[in-house]
Design a protein around this ligand. Structure first.
Ligand code: GTP
Ligand code: MG
Length: 206
């Protein structure tokens, strides 16, 4: 897919503020610092696009970017960790939860994972939450340039082995580096396939 245009459209604080639109939506989410802004800029080919939404106050927003006048790229707020009672658990906003569970336009979610790290409980919990709701998603391993090929391979296979217990069907995984622009054609090609219905998508809202 060629990116002919990519424009920031609006930031919505919650599901009910999301625009009424017929455009299909592809959402990106991950922990803070995973490389989400860099990924969005790489995919759209615009160096500072994601920074538009990074102004104070917008970081907890659901950000809409209109791509090629045909689909929305959605930049979801990052998830974090919260102490609940004696243990910590994945913490993400009501806005993320309701957007992912109820937004009829949502076609696919890309969950970004830092390829250098051992499986993080917070990411595993988020993947489980998404899987339990049968929301279609793929993984994007980021910052691949930071590891040697063998270490990268091992890290990713460890991650995929770990989530095998959570995910009955292994999700597709993209290996990427925004620094050296790795993974861009694969992700855009995948989105293109979804848009032209070459990939069967269930209605996530039921
Ligand atoms: P927040 O919005 O702060 O939560 O972070 P983010 O997930 O948007 O990450 P961002 O794109 O701002 O990147 C975080 C840091 O990682 C920055 O210093 C980036 O330069 C760096 N980074 C992101 N992607 C890559 C990559 O592919 N390779 C390398 N080497 N560094 C990267
Ligand atoms: Mg960011």
């Amino acid at each position: 897919m060629q990116i002919r245009s990519a424009v920031f459209e609006l930031s919505a604080p919650d599901l009910k503020s999301c625009p009424k639109s017929a455009f299909p939506e592809f959402a990106f989410i991950g922990r803070s610092n995973v490389g989400k802004s860099s990924m969005i800029n790489m995919l759209t080919g615009q160096k500072d696009l994601a920074k538009v939404s990074a102004t104070p106050g917008k970081t907890r927003m659901i950000n809409f970017f209109l791509i090629n006048n045909t689909w929305h790229l959605i930049d979801l707020p990052g998830y974090g960790y919260a102490k609940v009672g004696k243990r910590e658990r994945a913490d993400f906003s009501e806005a993320i939860a309701s957007y992912m569970e109820e937004r009829p336009n949502l076609r696919w979610v890309f969950i970004l994972i830092d390829s250098r790290l051992t499986p993080q409980p917070i990411d595993l919990e988020f993947i489980k939450w998404t899987t339990d709701r049968e929301i279609p998603f793929s993984l994007i391993f980021t910052k691949a340039d930071k590891s040697k090929p063998n270490a990268l391979k091992k890290s990713i296979s460890t991650f995929m082995e770990t989530i095998a217990e959570i995910c009955p069907i292994a999700p597709a995984a993209f290996i990427t580096s925004s620094k050296v622009r790795e993974g861009r054609p694969e992700i855009l090609g995948f989105i293109d396939s979804c848009l032209s219905n070459r990939i069967q998508i269930e209605d996530v809202t039921g």
